[in-house]
Design a protein around this ligand. Structure first.
Ligand code: CUA
Length: 638
């Protein structure tokens, strides 16, 4: 185990060198003391214990990073409840095998799910949808919290490259925000040598419009930006309503070894976008169309975007619950800066600029900041409680600092294990945070669990923030890799437990075993199939080799928890149908022979009997004994 004293390093070298070393080595592995007294342990145990049959107070939605999933846990128990597959096929629930979800995945088998964004009404979570971005393939997904299923994946979003600064919603979910982490020549698929990075390559920030009724996303507009790396964002609210903010590093416009080349300047920026003005610019035709998207060039549309100088290499930007303060944290400094929206607007009006970047005015730092808060080493992200306190994660220091908005005093600090990235407080990024709970999303777990070999999980620590002092009350572990998470009051969600028959709009759904059928038209075979305890109807499907087979499978149950699965051997097909759900299974029967299909979800005492056969007659048919049957399949096929 590495042990490094920051103090020694600070004495021996520059602060920057110490910070870079700490970043490289994952910071100090200073082990926080185990809860000292038995009293604390009892208190922690009682405060996190959810008795069998009882429910948690909050849902916690974790991003699953490059697993492409979203994980759902309960707080305070921290128990994992379910996994929602988003950007990656997930056999457990048959995701990515039926036609609907396969089409939605668009041929991709992975995504890098980063930042959850619960939909909002008036700046508070409304429990309707959860959005999440794909940092790898420039997409955003929408999960419906009525059934916890991914309903839409939009993208690759044109012109955006490495959609990391996403997905953040505006206070009434007018928009989901997107941004380029990796500037490239535009439009995508344009070639320009890397030597032209500073002049030809471009970043983009933009917005997806969200249909207020259906949640359907569409690309609304984008803004051409200098070739910086747009990192993280947050939407303004309250006093800063109508604004959106993104941090960006590499204002050096450097290439190559960025850990050196992009850390030369003392300040980078937060891009401040006035999205009401962006809407106005689009209305008055101040855009050009690039790859089908309305793109604003800030040179042609003054008033749309400004740059706020910020601590070097910033990561997080977070807006306080009232919208007054914009908190920007530079990961290579020990302070975090509170900018004041009134001062920002004043500087905009009085043109208090110190220069520009590609025509985008740079606001004067001294004129827009309210305070620099000495939170500690490597500040990343900030969350808020209901008492006017802010909580900033400190990656290098492996700690969380608690400080007061307005007075800026740091009042408490708690070590975490280890190297915290994001953190999330109960409804902690809304206009009305709930306080009480804070979860530290740590990058390293360093063996605070039974050993599972070198591939260690991440650790998430639950912290009680209801008192003056923060108290660590639970260690939990997650699969890779929670980048962000959000906590919403469980009472705000009203999930359904079955798909009501009358709500099933699939034209191929059938509800009675007598309506099952096999229809042939040329080489196309359509099967309407039911699943109900404990059989599939039809329980045999006969086709010819090369036929294009489409099975519309309806689970005709209306009983909670009665799922059925459809696993088809050798054809790589695995679908799950929830009660009242219809899914489409689409494949070409290119392998001759006899293939069993069976129910994969344990459904009844006779679950094991729930099976059938796909019979694929070979082309020519010479090697197979022919058995004429009177089934509809045979009738159509012969
Ligand atoms: Cu149906 Cu097991």
């Amino acid at each position: 185990m590495r042990k490094r004293s920051h103090l020694k390093m600070l004495i021996g070298g520059s602060l920057l060198a110490a910070l870079i070393l700490s970043l490289m080595f994952g910071g100090c592995a200073r082990k926080p003391k185990r809860l000292a007294q038995a009293g604390d342990v009892t208190e922690a145990a009682v405060s996190t214990y959810v008795a069998p049959g009882d429910m948690d107070e909050y849902y916690l939605f974790y991003s699953g990073g490059h697993s492409g999933n979203v994980y759902v846990a309960g707080v305070p128990s921290m128990r994992h409840i379910t996994t929602i597959p988003v950007f990656t096929p997930y056999p457990g629930v048959g995701y990515g095998f039926d036609k609907q979800t396969k089409d939605m995945l668009g041929g991709y088998t992975w995504g890098d799910a980063h930042h959850t964004a619960l939909s909002e009404t008036n700046g508070d979570y409304d429990g309707r949808w959860l959005f999440i971005n794909d940092n790898a393939n420039n997409r955003v997904a929408r999960i419906d919290l009525r059934d916890f299923k991914t309903k839409q994946i939009i993208g690759p979003i044109p012109n955006v490259s490495g959609n990391h600064g996403s997905s953040f919603v505006t206070p009434n979910t007018e928009y989901v925000l997107v941004a380029s982490r990796f500037s490239i020549p535009l439009p995508r698929h344009t070639y320009a040598p890397i030597e032209q990075y500073a002049t030809i390559y471009k970043g983009v920030v933009g917005a997806l419009a969200v249909d207020p009724k259906t949640g359907q996303m569409s690309v609304a507009w984008e803004i051409l930006m200098p070739p910086f790396n747009y990192d993280l964002g947050d939407a303004g609210k309250g006093a800063s309503g109508g604004w959106a903010f993104w941090t960006c590093y590499n204002s050096e416009r450097a290439t190559g070894k960025l850990e050196v080349t992009s850390t030369q300047r003392d300040r980078d920026y937060i891009a401040a976008v006035n999205w009401k003005n962006a809407e106005q610019a689009i209305k008055s035709g101040k855009f050009k169309t690039m790859d089908g998207v309305k793109v604003i060039d800030p040179k042609e549309a003054p008033g749309v975007v400004y740059l706020m100088p910020c601590s070097k290499s910033p990561h997080g930007v977070d807006v306080s619950p009232d919208g007054k303060y914009i908190i920007g944290s530079g990961k290579l400094q020990s302070i975090t800066t509170a900018f004041n929206i009134e001062k920002i607007q004043n500087a905009v009006q009085t043109k208090n600029f110190t220069g520009d970047e590609d025509g985008i005015p740079v606001l004067k730092y001294e004129a827009i900041k309210d305070a620099e808060i000495n939170v500690g080493l490597g500040p990343l992200h900030t969350q808020f409680d209901d008492q006017g306190y802010a909580y900033t994660s400190l990656f290098v220091e492996s700690a969380i600092a608690k400080w007061k908005l307005g007075t800026w005093e740091v009042v408490d600090k708690i070590p975490v294990a280890y190297n915290i990235g994001h953190l999330t407080a109960a409804e902690g990024d809304t206009m009305h945070p709930k306080g009480k709970y804070l979860v530290a999303l740590n990058k390293l777990s360093h063996g605070r669990h039974l050993s599972v070999g070198p591939s260690q999980p991440e650790s998430s620590q639950l912290i009680n923030i209801s008192g003056e002092k923060m108290k660590l009350i639970y260690d939990a572990f997650t699969e890779p890799e929670p980048h962000y998470a959000q906590m919403i009051l469980a009472s705000k969600l009203k999930p359904i437990e079955v798909y009501a028959k009358e709500d099933n709009k699939d034209p191929n759904a059938i509800w009675d075993v007598k309506d099952t059928k096999v229809e042939r038209s040329g080489n196309n075979v359509k099967v309407k199939m039911t699943a109900v305890r404990s059989s599939f109807e039809p329980n045999k499907v006969e086709v010819n080799q090369g036929d294009h087979v489409t099975i519309y499978l309806t689970n005709i149950e209306q009983t909670t928890d009665e799922l059925h699965g459809f696993g088809l051997a050798d054809y790589d097909i695995n679908v799950v149908v929830d009660p009242g759900e219809t899914k489409t299974i689409d494949f070409v029967a290119n392998k001759p022979g006899v293939f069993p299909y069976y129910c994969t979800n344990f459904c009844s005492a006779l679950h094991q009997e729930m099976q059938g056969y796909l019979l694929v007659k070979p082309k020519g048919g010479a090697s197979v004994a022919r058995a004429k049957t009177a089934s509809p399949a045979a009738g159509g096929a012969e």
